[in-house]
Write a protein that binds this ligand. Structure first.
Ligand code: SF4
Length: 423
C-alpha cells in the first residue's frame, strides 16, 4: 500500500511530502526523504528496544508495560523532588503532560538545551515568519552557527535557497547566501559569502555589519577575524536585499557569550528593518520538536526553560536546571523521556543520575535506556504512533503513523496519562 503525504519525524523540518510503501506491516520503499529520514523510516523499527525491564540486584528483569508503570509510579510517589526531563523528541501533548507531571509532583522540569529557548526571548517582531514565506520572498539567506547540510538536509533545497518563489523567480540565482561559522562547513559550499569568524566574536561581527550598513567604517582593517574587504562585500549584497532571513543554529550557544551575541544580532535585524527591509530570525531547532517543547513550556510555565515547581513562588532561576540540580544532589528520582543524557548533561550530572532511581521511556536503544531502573520501550513517533509536533517555524504538524506497533511497547502519551492518574 502506498501512503502519500507522510511527515518525516527525523528533524524539525518535518517534511510532509514523503511517500511510504508498506507491505505486511513493513516499510518496503520510501520516497522523498533525505538520508537521515530514510534511516528513520527504514532502520529504526529493526533496531529499537522491544521489552520493558526493571533493574534488580541480580540484573535486568523483563516485565510487561503495566508492571513497569506500577514500578514507575512507586518510585515517583516516594520521591521528594523528582526530575522530569525531555520533550524535544516527543509530541506536543507529551510535553504538556511532562510539565504538568512536574507541577503535580512539585518537581523539576527540564529538557535538552536548545537555540529555540534563547530565541523565544527576542523581540517577537522578528519571529513568526513561516518557511513558506521565506521560500516565496527571501532574497538574502544568512545561516549563522548553523550547518543544515549536516543537520537539516532539505532546508536549502525545499525552502531557503534553491526553490523558485514569488520574489525569487530564478531560485538559487535570485538569492544571496551567507554562512557565518567558526569553522569551514559543508553549507559554505552553496554560499556566496563564507564568513569564518574568530570563536566567541559573534557580537563583534554583528555590530561591525550594522555599522557598515550605516556607512560607519571600522577603524581597523578587520572585525571578528573577518577582513574589511569581506565585510564590505557582504554589505554590498545586503543593501539591495528586500527580505533577509536569518537562521540561527546551535553554534551560537557554544559561543562564549550567547546572550550578547543574540542581542547584537537582534540590533542588526532592527537596523535592517529601519532601512525598510523585511527581516526574520528563525532557530534551526536541534531536535524534531525542540520548537514545540520551547513554546509549550513557555505557555505553561511562563518561560521556555527549566521550571522548578518545588519552589513556592518563583519557579525559574539559573539553578533550576537538570545539570545544576543533579550535580548538587537536589533531585531524588528521575523520569527521562526520549533523551540521551550522556550527550546532554555533564559527566558529573550523569553520575549523580545513576545514583537515583531513573525511569526511562525511549523508542531507540540508547545508553540512557539501558541504564534505567525502569525502562519502557515506546512506539516510534510518526511511524507507529501519531500526535502533533511543531515545525521549526512554529507550524503544527499532525503525524500520520503507518505501521502497527508491537504489543510489548507503549504509546508515550497513553503511558504518561496513565502514570499521572495513578499518582
Ligand atoms: S530534512 Fe529532516 S524532515 Fe526532511 S526528510 Fe530529511 S530528516 Fe526528514
Amino acid at each position: 500500500m502506498e501512503i502519500e503525504g507522510v511527515p518525516c519525524t527525523s528533524c524539525s523540518l518535518l517534511c510532509d511530502d514523503i511517500v511510504v510503501d508498506v507491505r505486511d506491516n513493513t516499510v518496503t520503499r520510501v520516497l522523498g526523504t533525505c538520508s537521515h529520514g530514510t534511516k528513520r523510516f527504514k532502520e529504526l523499527v529493526g533496531a529499537r528496544p522491544m521489552k520493558a525491564a526493571i533493574a534488580e540486584q541480580g540484573g535486568l528483569k523483563e516485565v510487561s508495560v503495566d508492571e513497569a508503570l506500577e514500578k514507575a509510579a512507586e518510585i515517583l510517589k516516594v520521591a521528594k523532588k523528582p526530575l522530569i526531563y525531555g520533550g524535544a523528541n516527543s509530541t506536543n501533548r507529551t510535553v504538556e503532560l511532562l510539565v504538568k507531571l512536574a507541577q503535580k509532583l512539585r518537581g523539576l522540569y527540564d529538557s535538552s538545551a536548545s537555540i529555540c529557548h534563547a530565541l523565544l526571548d527576542l523581540d517577537p517582531s522578528f519571529l513568526g515568519a513561516r518557511l513558506d514565506d521565506i521560500l516565496e520572498d527571501a532574497d538574502f539567506i544568512l545561516y549563522w552557527g548553523a550547518d543544515p547540510a549536516e543537520t537539516h538536509l532539505r532546508h536549502a533545497s525545499r525552502y531557503a535557497v534553491f526553490p523558485r518563489g514569488r520574489s525569487t523567480p530564478m531560485g538559487r540565482e535570485s538569492r544571496i547566501v551567507a554562512v557565518v561559522d567558526v569553522r569551514e562547513t559543508n553549507t559554505m559550499r552553496i554560499a556566496q559569502h563564507k564568513v569564518l569568524l574568530r570563536p566567541g566574536s559573534d557580537a563583534e561581527l554583528a555590530r561591525a555589519l550594522r555599522d557598515l550598513m550605516f556607512s560607519k567604517t571600522p577603524t581597523v582593517g578587520e572585525a571578528a577575524g573577518v577582513t574589511l574587504r569581506d565585510l564590505s562585500s557582504i554589505i554590498k549584497d545586503l543593501k539591495p536585499a528586500t527580505y533577509v532571513a536569518m537562521f540561527i543554529g546551535r553554534g551560537l550557544l557554544q559561543s562564549e557569550k550567547p546572550e550578547e551575541a543574540l542581542s547584537s544580532m537582534a540590533e542588526l535585524a532592527r537596523s535592517l528593518l529601519e532601512l525598510g527591509k523585511k527581516v526574520s530570525i528563525m532557530p534551526m531547532a536541534e531536535y524534531v520538536n525542540s520548537m514545540g517543547q520551547a513554546l509549550i513550556t513557555k505557555k505553561l510555565g511562563g518561560a521556555p526553560r527549566a521550571l522548578d515547581f518545588s519552589a513556592l513562588k518563583e519557579h525559574m532561576s539559573p539553578e533550576a536546571t537538570a545539570t545544576c540540580q543533579l550535580e548538587r544532589e537536589g533531585v531524588d528520582a528521575a523520569l527521562i523521556v526520549k533523551s540521551e543524557v550522556s550527550e546532554e548533561l555533564t559527566p558529573l550530572a550523569v553520575k549523580a543520575l545513576m545514583r537515583i532511581p531513573t525511569i526511562v521511556l525511549e523508542e531507540r536503544a540508547t545508553w540512557t535506556f539501558s541504564n534505567g531502573k525502569v525502562s519502557v520501550p515506546l512506539s516510534i513517533m510518526g511511524v507507529e504512533s501519531g500526535g502533533t509536533v511543531t515545525r521549526m517555524d512554529g507550524v503544527e504538524v499532525k503525524l500520520k503513523p503507518f505501521l502497527k506497533p508491537p504489543a510489548s511497547v507503549a504509546d508515550e502519551e497513553v503511558f504518561l496519562e496513565r502514570l499521572s492518574s495513578s499518582l
